[in-house]
Every structure is written in structure tokens, then in C-alpha cells.
Design a protein around this ligand. Structure first.
Ligand code: ZN
Length: 198
């Protein structure tokens, strides 16, 4: 990339470090940004730095939010006695898009993976257990159907069941290894409605 000036090369390098952005896309984005009006570029860079500075974990469900409690946890109309456990905030968004789930969530921020050395203490599992001291009717485990997701589901169910709380797992209509965020809403709803007892 020596044929670009230093600052253009730097912009391309930073962009290509993002997931899913290859060298070609990074170049296309870089030149697009250079052609944008200055205030639009400033708005873009401010949105990145503001989000990075202000986004934190919700005190209750640990999703990413810019307030102490996320809008879902603050919503009194939601059923706070049903908790759906998901791997990340994008999975939460996928279920929210269906508009049919009325409970609340718990975001683990990962899944147990002995192969990658990720254990129960590396995800927000302790925080989930702490929430279960309050009155909870059901915990729906909606981790991915990957090996890691299944391992995590089994682990959580073994942990929770002795407490006498109903534990369910979303149906396996979800393709194996499929990231929840890429699955369409109908499939997600079917998986939720067809959930089984663990
Ligand atoms: Zn929350």
C-alpha cells in the first residue's frame, strides 16, 4: 500500500482491522470517507468515540447500554420473572426484532469453551446466578447451537435446576453453529415457541 500517502494508508489499515472488512473494502471505505463532507466525518468519528466512552453493561442484564439500566430492564410491562440467557447483545437484538418475546434477558458475553480456555468464570454466569435469588419462573437458555453454546446450556441447566427453577432450551430449529443474529425472525420465534424442558 506504499502507493498511498501515509495518512491514507493509516486510514485503510485501521479500517481493515475491523471484522469482515478486507483490504478492498477498507480502501473503498477510506476513499468514501475522504469524499464525505467534513461535518459528516466528524459525526461518524464522534459516534464512535462517544459510544466507546459511554457504553457500559446494564446493571441488571449486562447487555451493552449507555444508561445504568437498559430500556428492557426498565420496562415495567415486561415479564421480569422470565429470563432469556443469550451469548451477546446482538443475539438479544435478534430476539427483540421478533417483537414477540415479553420477558427480560441475561447477556453472558461469550460461551464456555474448554478448547479456547474460556471457563464459567470468564462469562457473566455468576451475575446470572445472583439474579436468580429474586423470584424467577423460568430461565430460557438461548445460547447458540454450536458446541460452545450447547456446553454452556448444559452447564447452566445443571447449575440452576437444583434451585427448583424451570429451565428450558430453545428448539434446535436453529442451524448448528449458526450465529443467532443471522437467523430470520420466523425461525427464531419457532425456536422460542418450541423450547423444551432441560
Ligand atoms: Zn438490562
Amino acid at each position: 500500500m506504499e502507493y498511498y500517502s501515509r495518512q491514507i494508508s493509516r486510514l485503510i489499515r485501521e479500517l481493515s482491522a475491523l471484522p469482515g472488512i478486507g483490504a478492498k473494502s477498507a480502501q473503498r471505505l477510506a476513499f468514501h470517507i475522504l469524499n464525505m463532507p467534513e461535518d459528516a466525518v466528524e459525526a461518524l468519528s464522534a459516534s464512535i468515540t462517544d459510544a466507546k466512552r459511554n457504553v457500559r453493561y446494564c446493571r441488571e442484564c449486562y447487555t451493552l447500554t449507555d444508561e445504568e439500566l437498559c430500556p428492557i430492564c426498565r420496562d415495567g410491562a415486561r415479564d421480569h420473572k422470565v429470563i432469556m440467557v443469550v451469548e451477546n447483545t446482538r443475539d438479544l437484538a435478534a430476539y427483540e426484532k421478533t417483537g414477540k418475546y415479553e420477558g427480560v434477558y441475561h447477556v453472558l458475553h461469550g460461551a464456555i469453551s474448554p478448547m479456547l480456555g474460556i471457563g464459567p468464570n470468564d462469562i457473566r454466569l455468576k451475575e446470572l446466578m445472583q439474579r436468580l435469588t429474586k423470584e424467577v419462573n423460568e430461565v430460557i437458555i438461548a445460547t447458540n447451537s454450536s458446541l460452545e453454546g450447547e456446553t454452556t446450556a448444559m452447564y447452566i441447566s445443571k447449575l440452576i435446576k437444583p434451585a427448583g427453577i424451570r429451565v428450558t432450551r430453545i428448539a434446535s430449529g436453529v442451524p448448528v453453529g449458526g450465529d443467532l443474529e443471522y437467523i430470520d425472525e420466523v425461525t427464531l420465534l419457532r425456536a422460542l415457541e418450541g423450547r423444551t424442558e432441560l
